[in-house]
Ligand binder design. Structure first.
Ligand code: GDP
Length: 426
């Protein structure tokens, strides 16, 4: 059975924790999109880890971790991450890398930095990991697949061809040092040495695994609102964050994805620029940021403070719908235990009209939140294992949100650890 774990919001919903938890019963975990620009934070008995490229299943010895063809593969980052976990005594994970995955080139990272510098105040708030230049090159058909590392003559010739255009931009637009073909080739040969033992035809491997009845988890990065088509374009990421893309980015039949677990956070947070209707500021935001997540809401990749907001039913209802949600995992609920009252955004007012339908970006910029205030529960809910043992106001908060978004909340996460989970049989 194939299931996907994806986000309904702006990312950072706690997908890493949910994947790590579900991985206990999985044979294979696949990353199918994104790159080293975002991170998952996972807390388990080996310690606390921020993973950017490795799937969240690497901590179990019964799972195979796969980098699918849809990923922006940064080979040095992948190897640094493998080392960071084995240094903490995690057994060497079984890893496979798709021969069709494309590689983040050193110049993608530089172009990302140069472009953000050039845009200055109008920048996208990129993490400067090279993701946008990488995907631009992929679709402009000048990217490099892992498989190309194994034909050295053709690789050298292609590098020379591709860098002509890059060097024109470097010289005349960015006024930066030019790319050297030999240096690029030598770097790729280093990459080849690192990645060679893991390269395989991932879609063929997964085809066989599906036939053998294996349990496969597709692990998404970021969330619905960062999808290039269905999100808050242009303040989005460069690859699709939707479960449907899991079929493409892993190379499996779309009809095999039977379960779509959409992770939804009990309040909102976002990184980067873009409209964020239920955003809060000042002391109110500082307090939620400080108490949020596990040790505060700061980016796993950049350490920068996340923007904070109340739960947004409009964005989440849309985010769940566009994912094709079968199950909602509702996370970080324990964090809200300090509040007397909890505002929730139940509608957007746009040009004097209230809607619960998530609009396109031009209208979104004008939206003002319509808030409803629910009573808090003022209790620490960590450690509770059964839904019925949650305080009444806490259950009311969950059930109110479930009704507003229209998808079943079947898991409630009340702490950062694997075992901090309440399964709700519905
Ligand atoms: P991801 O990219 O979607 O995996 O999100 P992050 O890595 O940003 O995860 C959010 C943060 O919340 C991490 O620090 C997690 O350890 C933490 N976390 C996940 N679930 C819970 C929860 O239920 N309660 C608390 N307090 N923290 C959680």
């Amino acid at each position: 059975m194939v299931q996907a774990v994806v986000g309904a919001n702006w990312g950072d919903e706690g997908k890493g924790k949910i994947t790590d938890m579900l991985a206990e019963n999985a044979d294979i975990i696949v990353r199918f999109q994104g790159g080293a620009n975002a991170g998952h934070t996972i807390v388990n008995n080996y310690g606390k880890f921020a993973l950017h490229t490795l799937p969240s299943g690497v901590f179990y010895d019964h799972t195979t971790s796969i980098i699918g063809n849809g990923v922006a593969l940064n080979i040095p980052v992948l190897f640094k991450e493998i080392k960071s976990i084995t240094d903490k005594n995690v057994p060497m994970p079984k890893i496979l890398v798709s021969d069709r995955a494309q590689m983040v080139m050193p110049y993608h990272i530089l172009f990302d930095q140069y472009e953000e510098e050039r845009l200055a105040g109008k920048s996208f708030g990129s993490t400067k990991s090279g993701i946008a230049p990488f995907y631009s090159d992929k679709y402009a058909k000048v990217g490099f697949q892992v498989s190309e590392l194994f034909d050295e003559a053709a690789l050298r010739e292609k590098i020379e061809r591709v860098i002509v255009q890059k060097n024109i931009l470097l010289e005349h637009l960015y006024h930066k040092p030019l790319i050297d073909a030999d240096e690029t080739f030598n770097t790729l040969m280093e990459y080849k040495k690192m990645v060679e033992p893991y390269v395989c035809d991932v879609s063929a491997f997964l085809w066989d695994a599906i036939k053998e009845g294996k349990n496969i988890l597709l692990e998404g990065q970021l969330g619905s609102l960062k999808d290039p088509d269905h999100g808050i374009y242009p303040m989005v990421t460069s690859s699709s964050t939707l479960a449907a893309y899991g079929a493409i980015g892993a190379g499996i039949p779309p009809y095999e994805i039977k379960k779509i677990v959409t992770v939804v956070k009990a309040y909102s947070s976002a990184v980067g620029a873009g409209a964020f209707v239920s955003e809060i500021f000042g002391d109110e935001a500082d307090e939620l940021r400080r108490r949020g997540g596990d040790g505060g809401e700061f980016g796993a990749t950049t350490g920068r403070p996340r923007r904070m907001g109340w739960f947004d039913c409009v964005a989440t209802k849309y985010g769940c719908r566009i994912q094709g949600t079968t199950d909602v995992a509702f996370t970080v609920l324990d964090v809200l235990g300090y509040l007397d009252e909890i505002p929730v955004c139940v509608g957007y007012e746009i040009d004097g009209e209230v809607t619960t339908d998530f609009p396109t970006t031009t209208k979104l910029e004008k939206a003002k939140p319509v808030l409803k205030t629910l009573p808090g529960w003022k209790e620490d809910i960590r450690g509770i294992k059964e839904y019925d043992k949650l305080p009444e106001n806490c259950r009311k908060y969950i059930e109110f949100i479930e009704e507003q978004i229209g998808f079943p909340i079947t898991m409630v996460s009340n702490g950062p650890k694997r075992e901090d989970i309440i399964i709700r049989n519905k």
